[in-house]
Design a protein. Structure first.
Length: 109
């Protein structure tokens, strides 16, 4: 039996938040940061991008995080097809210690 959505669900925007955690190989922390920060300006210019910021861990300089907010899943899918992100993805393995951990979240409050 399907239930009606709550008032909270009706009033909440359907934005999508993405956290992407990347760990650099030893000695590649600055290079990873440089490449990640280069994604900010073109990503912010994309249709559907609400915010796109890069953060470096205070505890481990090898760890970087992209904090992104998108209008929709479709906008995020288009983001993954942009030339700047495709180029990043094609060249990043040489400086990553492990695959990027990408997590998607929906607003609940």
């Amino acid at each position: 039996m399907k239930t009606a959505p709550s008032q909270l669900e009706i009033s909440m925007p359907k934005y999508l938040t993405v956290l992407a955690i990347a760990r650099a190989k030893p000695g590649m922390e600055t290079e990873l940061g440089k490449r990640l920060i280069a994604l900010v300006e073109p990503s912010c210019a994309e249709e559907g991008c609400i915010s796109y910021t890069m953060h470096q861990s205070n505890d481990d300089p090898a760890v970087w995080m992209a904090y992104e907010n998108w209008r929709s899943e479709e906008d995020l899918a288009r983001h993954f097809e942009t030339p700047h992100l495709r180029n990043f993805a094609e060249t990043i393995d040489e400086i990553l210690a492990e695959p990027i951990d990408i997590r998607k979240f929906s607003i609940k409050s």
